[in-house]
Design a protein around this ligand. Structure first.
Ligand SMILES: [Zn+2]
Length: 432
């Protein structure tokens, strides 16, 4: 799947070597980070002070094996990692050409737009699918990869762990799981902010009435308002209020009642409703993405990409769907043809190529054989013939009915006339 678009880029760009190695570079970087993970897991141990006690103040790891060997290996590893990440970074910039926002677009609008301006505007609107903006999350991500690789070399490899997250770029399943959160990120963020106001209200109430039951010995601070808020947010979200704010002994029932209302309302609003809204948004997005994926997969397996006919038609009439999509409507052949048009000078076009290239310029895709296929021609012909036959039969029947109707009418007319004649004759006889 991945190789064909690579080839496409391969043909379009001159920087062939770097671009076609983009995927291996990425993989190399991830594998190196994974090897580093294993090295860290196996060799790291906590640092000691000179008198043999654990040194909690230092983040510099101690090693199980000989320190010199581990440091040498780490140095070689860090250099390799830096090179691989730099290659990933460069190949990203070459394939995607991140563009800076155009300052021209911010100039004041003119009242009269000349034709030239219109053309210019059109040019601006045309966008390549490979194009990304410089100030985008993707570009920021690749810059972060490079920075973390450099920081990893400086700070004992702590920052190499970040590169493992890059795996999501190449794994559809992980990517979809992340999209489930990121796609509705804005609404999740708003719900979260809204939830923070609830925490603030509860922090205010507990600051006013329950300050005495916070014990700073157990890490529950409430001498100042922001401490109260942090404690409520931290403990309330993870443990729930009831668990960490106990009613002290010797309090009257009314105190207990108020505390019960306080705890139960917090449990219902935050723990039950609030968290479930957030989970609901994530689960909904995930199922929506899964449905979309199913739809896409279904289309890929049961529909021809070029003519949109279903596989059933080809299994039923032609030589099978597999043969149709590989030989008759091979989608990459269409792509290669467009690349061929791109690469050939307009003067060298054949009539057919000129026709297609003109249509492509107008973004008219009428030359695609939509709903048509050679292997279904026979079926179409036979159905057309059947339709023709049906039409002749129907028109024959209609004509025949018309003829019979006319005959009947003529018969009636003749009968009326003979009756009249008879009447007339008999009255003449009476007169005579
Ligand atoms: Zn087709």
């Amino acid at each position: 799947m991945y190789i064909i678009p690579q080839l496409y880029i391969h043909v379009l760009c001159d920087d062939v070597v770097i671009v076609s190695f983009r995927y291996p570079f990425n993989m190399l970087m991830i594998i190196l980070s994974f090897i580093h993970l294993i090295i860290v897991m196996v060799t790291w141990k906590q640092p000691m002070t000179e008198d043999g006690k654990p040194n909690y103040a230092s983040a510099v790891p101690d090693y199980i094996f000989e320190k010199k060997i581990v440091l040498l290996v780490s140095l070689v590893f860090a250099i390799l990692h830096n090179i691989a990440t730099f290659c990933v970074f460069v190949s990203y910039f070459i394939t995607n050409h991140p563009t800076f926002p155009k300052f021209r677009t911010w100039r004041p609008k003119k009242f009269l737009i000349s034709y030239e301006d219109k053309d210019e505007k059109k040019e601006d609107e045309r966008k390549s699918n490979l194009e990304v903006k410089f100030f985008s999350i993707q570009t920021f991500w690749y810059i972060l990869l490079l920075v973390c690789s450099l920081l990893g070399s400086l700070f004992y490899g702590y920052f190499f762990s970040f590169h493992l997250l890059h795996m999501a770029q190449f794994n559809q399943l992980v990517k979809r799981a992340i999209q489930a959160v990121s796609k509705n990120g804005r609404s999740l963020l708003w719900v979260f902010f809204y939830g923070l106001f609830f925490f603030y209200i509860y922090a205010l109430i507990s600051f006013a009435f329950y300050r005495e039951i916070y014990s700073s010995n157990e890490g529950q601070y409430c001498t100042r308002m922001h401490e109260c808020f942090v404690t409520i947010f931290h403990r309330g979200l993870i443990i729930s209020l009831f668990e960490f704010l106990n009613v002290p002994e010797g309090k009257p029932f009314t105190y207990y009642l108020h505390k019960a209302l306080f705890d139960v309302s917090f449990f219902i609003i935050i723990t039950t409703i609030g968290l479930n809204i957030i989970f609901g948004i994530i689960v909904d997005t995930f199922s929506e993405l899964r449905d979309n994926k199913w739809q896409v997969d279904n289309d890929m397996h049961t529909m021809c990409f070029i003519c949109s006919r279903s596989s059933y038609d080809f299994e039923h009439e032609g030589d099978g769907f597999a043969k149709h999509v590989k030989e008759e409507h091979y989608l990459w052949s269409y792509l290669f043809f467009f690349i061929h048009l791109d690469e050939t000078r307009p003067n060298d076009y054949t009539a057919l190529e000129l026709y297609v290239s003109r249509l492509l310029e107008k973004e008219d895709y009428g030359f695609f054989p939509i709903n048509r296929a050679l292997s279904l021609q026979h079926e179409e012909d036979s159905s057309e013939i059947q339709l023709q036959m049906l039409m002749t039969q129907v028109s024959y029947l209609v004509n025949k009915m018309k003829y019979e109707e006319a005959l009947k009418e003529r018969e009636q007319e003749r009968r009326k006339q003979s009756e009249w004649e008879e009447k007339h004759r008999s009255s003449q006889k009476k007169i005579a």
